[in-house]
Design a protein around this ligand. Structure first.
Ligand SMILES: *[C@@H]1O[C@H](CO)[C@@H](O)[C@H](O)[C@H]1NC(C)=O
Length: 370
């Protein structure tokens, strides 16, 4: 979610410049930027998950918001479970805000798991929130593209959103401590090392790359965070249709062929301008369609916080609905950019209200949100 060029080299360069330049504010005493081990390099058997994957307490973006041991005692619409599953068309979780009121760009670091099926110790995506869904299994990844009333999972109605992935410019992941497992390949929960989720503008597209694949980092690229679903997850999903299909692999995000020449797109630092290519949408086959009601059961009814006419102090609690729990996470203003939808406009900075103490950290953390 950082609007400057996002090749990892440039991001690291910017991060070090921010951390080391004498003209930039120094980190507060005792604080630093990077974890000892990058989030995406941590691996855990599902049975061996620690309470918190990210146990650092001295890093500029704050502590992990939730936890990773999730069970019946953590299930419910105020769960802060950050262990996610991505198994099948009727059993997957999105990352979405723990509370309503801030943009994805501001709180992507503290997202929690919202699932389609009870049993994972998480929140549940309310009944009817997903209005169309396509699940595709390809040689190198599984993918879900959906249409959603995003207010039912605490996303602001007009939020064009952003990208979640296990990297981030400070290598702590978004969400920090968020981990994904899938049983799609072996039948048992396997840690998904490379994944990306674009959520916003009433859509989501989520790809989990088979960790046994040689190119899982390419198919689940994490540096094209501003050009959204259409470029990172080209698809033919339709609102109102629930289907699962087999599919071919897409081209690596950002890679395309023009007149027989293979080209690689680089996301610019400033205005996206004309992106200049249309990605190939891979063909799919063997599609099976479902009634949504047949796919999902045991879901709570949702209450859209955005539709509430009550005051700020009387936030909806919703009968089994959307949590009203207030976040205690460190504010992380972000230069928001394209999420599920590619954003052609300049990435207007939405600066959150900051408490004085959080200011230095928040300004720095804006650099580390990619
Ligand atoms: C259930 O989860 C909670 C919270 O993470 C944890 O403290 C507890 O030990 C877990 N219970 C079991 C039986 O694993």
């Amino acid at each position: 979610m950082f609007s400057v060029a996002l090749s990892s080299v440039l991001v690291m360069g910017a991060a070090f410049a921010a951390a080391q330049s004498t003209t930039e504010p120094a980190l507060p005493p005792g604080m630093s930027t990077y974890p000892d081990v990058p989030h995406a390099s941590k691996t855990f058997a599902f049975e061996d998950l620690p309470y918190r994957i990210d146990d650092s307490t001295h890093l500029i973006r704050g502590n992990q918001h939730g936890y990773n041991i999730c069970n019946d005692t953590t299930a419910g619409q105020d769960s802060l479970c950050q262990t996610s599953h991505f198994n099948s068309i009727d059993d997957f979780c999105l990352w979405a805000p723990p509370d309503f009121g801030r943009t994805i760009g501001d709180i992507e670091g503290i997202m929690v798991a919202w699932c389609t099926k009870p049993g994972h110790g998480t929140r549940l995506i309310p009944e009817g929130a997903i209005t169309g869904l396509q699940w595709i299994t390809t040689p190198d990844y599984v993918q879900a593209v959906g249409f959603i009333d995003q207010t039912l999972i605490n996303v602001l109605a007009d939020d064009s959103g952003g990208e979640m992935d296990p990297h981030g410019a400070d290598l702590r992941g978004n969400p920090m401590g968020g981990i994904v497992y899938s049983n799609a390949w072996t039948g048992a929960p396997t840690q998904v090392i490379e994944w990306h989720l674009f959520l916003g503008s009433g859509r989501f597209c989520y790809k989990a790359c088979d960790p046994r694949g040689r190119f899982d980092d390419r198919y689940c690229e994490h540096i094209l965070d501003r050009i959204g679903c259409d470029y990172n997850v080209p698809n033919r999903a339709q609102d109102g249709v629930f289907e699962q299909c087999l599919g071919d692999n897409q081209d690596f995000p950002g890679v395309y062929t023009t007149n027989g020449v293979v080209m690689t797109y680089t996301q610019p630092a400033g205005d996206l301008g004309d992106i200049g290519f249309s990605p190939m949408t891979p063909s799919s086959s063997s599609c099976t369609q479902f009634e949504s009601a047949a796919l999902f059961s045991g879901l709570p009814t949702g209450v859209s916080p955005g539709s509430s006419t009550t005051s700020e102090d009387a936030r909806p609690t919703g009968s089994g609905g959307v949590s009203s729990r207030r976040s205690t996470g460190t504010p992380s203003p972000s230069q928001t950019a394209g999420g599920a939808q590619n954003s052609q406009g300049s990435s207007a900075s939405k600066t959150a209200a900051l408490s004085g103490a959080a200011l230095v950290g928040a300004v720095l953390s804006a650099v580390f949100l990619a």
